[in-house]
Write a protein that binds this ligand. Structure first.
Ligand code: EPU
Length: 432
């Protein structure tokens, strides 16, 4: 079993280059399966959720080639709808995007229930409601979801109850090749929705209004190939910004779109961190002494739920009591148990966690509980006195490209080791 070993209390200094956004690359790679021509996708982060996605698509007849570590060449002319591996689909959340792709391309779909980080129930009712308005009959059994529109999908107006990222993506994918104008109301406005629309439009689609709460998609008969560069990952950037805020130091976070970071920058400034914004980067300077804050997550442009656990760690040592209320994932608090092992004082009521503040974290043996909970443990370990050992690294591998290289170059003492914890006592080693 692999673990991260981190010796804490080193200031971070230097430059960190942010990779492409996982949550933009995932829908764009699935969207390539709507296209019979070749697409070149650049700035794809080599993280395990992307590896799983490419492997699912390859099993379905999609030709995939790498031009470099970050550039994928993809051709889906032989895409076999309905042929996804149940086991691989269950590994990631974004595999649900196959529903929209298959319905849009062939009028029928069958996909196992998707997996992903566990924050309690993660319903798909908004996705299914939209497909039904577009004329598909959807049904679920113990193994997965099926849908069929024998005469093909038709356009419609779908008013989402919640501005769900996944439902917005899935309905955009279903609508691109569907005749007529499909309207998605109360749509998600996240930057990755805009990136998906930019990619689709570069392939000849007609998607209007992405980034606002109403997206209109005028169906086209086919897409053509294109080259597209994935936008920088605002959550990866925010994670490094939070790390510097907690440890102290001065780091240039390079290759970002500062506009996407507005809510994160705002909170860090409120907590006493100095941030200078440039055209394609931000410089973060911190003494490590932070003021407390009250944080509530919200859909973009609000404070992102995917930054909640990382900021919780900062609130442990900040001056005064702080709170985090998660309005998107009410059960995203599994990491709190791990923080308690490092000496934090946290109480929880419903979807709010309350951090006593003014506390020194100390090294301990902890686990990543999910992707961002794992990132939070890394930040806690960087801030803590002594050595921390973090297990369950597969969660962190889902979304952070070269975490160890990037943090080491900033001066962190971090290494990944193999620990054979499960080895039984070796009687053979005893000599008579
Ligand atoms: N929801 C419903 N019904 C639906 C869909 C969503 O009730 O049909 C609810 C969810 O239960 C949740 C809220 O709506 O309370 C938002 O869910 P959303 O659909 O927006 O989330 P998602 O598409 O499943 C994506 C990201 C998550 C990120 C959320 C919110 C991907 C692959 N995943 O999930 O990213 O937390 O949006 O921004 O894009 C991560 O990267 O660590 C991660 C978990």
């Amino acid at each position: 079993m692999e673990k991260l070993i981190i010796s804490g209390q080193r200031k971070l200094n230097g430059d960190v280059h942010i990779s492409g956004m996982k949550n933009a690359a995932l829908p764009i790679l699935f969207a390539c399966a709507l296209n019979k021509e070749t697409c070149v996708i650049e700035n794809v982060p080599p993280v395990s959720d992307i590896g799983t996605t490419l492997s699912i698509l390859a099993d379905m007849g999609v030709e995939i080639e790498y031009r470099s570590r970050n550039t994928v060449i993809i051709n889906a002319k032989n895409f076999a709808s309905g042929a996804s591996s149940d086991a691989k689909v269950r590994k990631i959340r974004a595999s649900s995007y196959l529903l929209g792709v298959e319905l849009g391309r062939t009028g029928s779909t069958r996909v196992a229930y998707p997996g992903g980080c566990s924050f309690g129930v993660r319903p798909l009712d908004q996705h299914l409601k939209g497909f039904e308005i577009m004329g598909a009959e959807m049904s679920g059994d113990h193994g997965g979801i099926s849908g069929s529109a024998p005469n093909g999908l038709h356009s419609g107006k779908i008013m989402l109850d919640i501005p769900s990222v996944g439902a917005t993506v899935n309905l955009m994918l279903a609508a691109v090749l569907t005749p007529g104008t499909t309207v998605i109301g109360n749509a998600a406005r996240e930057p990755h929705i805009v990136d998906l629309a930019v990619f689709l439009n570069s392939c000849g689609a007609e998607v209007f209004g992405a980034g606002t709460s109403e997206i209109k998609i005028v169906g086209v008969s086919e897409l053509h190939g294109c080259t597209h560069t994935i936008i920088p990952d605002m959550i990866e950037a925010g994670t490094y910004m939070a790390a510097v805020a907690g440890t102290g130091g001065r780091v240039n976070v390079c290759n970002v779109i500062p506009k996407h970071l507005e809510s994160i920058i705002g909170k860090l400034r409120e907590m006493g961190v100095d941030i200078v914004e440039g055209a394609t980067g931000v410089t973060v300077s911190s003494t490590g002494e932070l003021k407390s804050s009250q944080i509530t997550t919200a859909a973009y442009p609000g404070f992102p739920t995917d930054m909640h656990p990382q900021f919780s760690v900062l609130l442990c040592s900040a001056q005064g009591m702080g709170t985090v209320t998660d309005k998107i994932w009410e059960n995203r608090f599994a990491y709190v148990e791990e923080l308690l092992k490092m000496g934090a004082t946290v109480t929880r009521a419903g979807n709010t966690a309350c951090f006593a503040g003014n506390q020194k974290l100390c090294g301990a043996a902890v686990n990543a509980t999910d992707l961002r909970g794992g990132a939070a443990m890394v930040i806690a370990a960087l801030m803590a006195e002594g050595e921390t050992e973090i297990g369950n690294l597969h969660y962190i591998d889902r979304g952070y490209d070269d975490l160890i290289g990037k943090l080491s170059r900033l001066g962190a003492d971090i290494r990944r080791v193999n620990v054979d914890e499960d080895a039984d006592f070796n009687f053979g080693a005893i000599k008579d």
